[in-house]
Design a protein around this ligand. Structure first.
Ligand SMILES: [Zn+2]
Length: 196
């Protein structure tokens, strides 16, 4: 949502996990697979090791949007300590609140490229031949976009993030936004609230 003219690098934890899982030699992938297969989130230790492996090689001047991390208070604590050690600035945290039904509909309305993991909303019209506009991969429904797992993910997410929401609210420029709206509206509000 903040890609493009806002010059943010989007990092989706879920997508990064799926990417590493598609490499059968990846040790991380093997550790994460049982959790992902059940529709669960990976444990803190694994989430933190993934986070470090993605963030540490980046240019320290990069502007990054983390999607799906941190998810728990221990992850949040480690994350904030890491930011301080690295002298990075936290511009803000947003909780995007969405109804289960709206989320389900959006998942039904998208395809993903299995090669580069780019997502394409079907409502906007798919690229020619249902192939990825970036790398030409054949677009497919996302591996975990089935209704049962989706519901489980949303419920777990609510339950798991409740303490984290409280923890952030008390500390670090926290906002909760209604994500049932159009993406463009939501984007405008984010830019506005965080002075991006
Ligand atoms: Zn692709």
């Amino acid at each position: 949502m903040l890609q493009g003219k806002d010059r943010f690098i989007p990092i989706s934890t879920g997508e990064e996990i799926r990417k590493t899982m598609s490499d059968p030699t990846s040790e991380f992938g093997q550790q994460a697979a049982p959790y992902m297969d059940r529709g669960d989130y990976i444990p803190d230790e694994l989430a933190l090791s993934l986070f470090h492996s993605i963030l540490e090689p980046l240019d320290p001047q990069s502007r990054v949007v983390l999607d799906g991390f941190p998810r728990t208070v221990p992850q949040g604590e480690q994350f904030v300590k890491w930011l301080e050690r690295q002298h990075h600035q936290l511009l803000g945290c947003a909780f995007l609140d969405i109804d289960t039904e709206v989320a389900a509909q959006r998942m039904r309305d998208r395809l993903v490229c299995p090669d580069c993991r780019k997502t394409f909303p079907t409502v906007a019209g798919l690229p020619a031949g249902e192939r990825c506009a970036d790398c030409g991969g054949c677009l497919i429904p996302r591996e975990d976009d089935d209704p049962v797992r989706m519901r489980q993910r949303i419920l777990r997410h609510r339950e798991q993030t409740l303490p984290l929401r409280q923890w952030f609210r008390d500390r670090h420029g926290w906002v909760e936004l209604d994500a049932n709206r159009e993406t463009a509206d939501l984007r405008m509000e984010l830019v506005d609230r965080f002075n991006l």
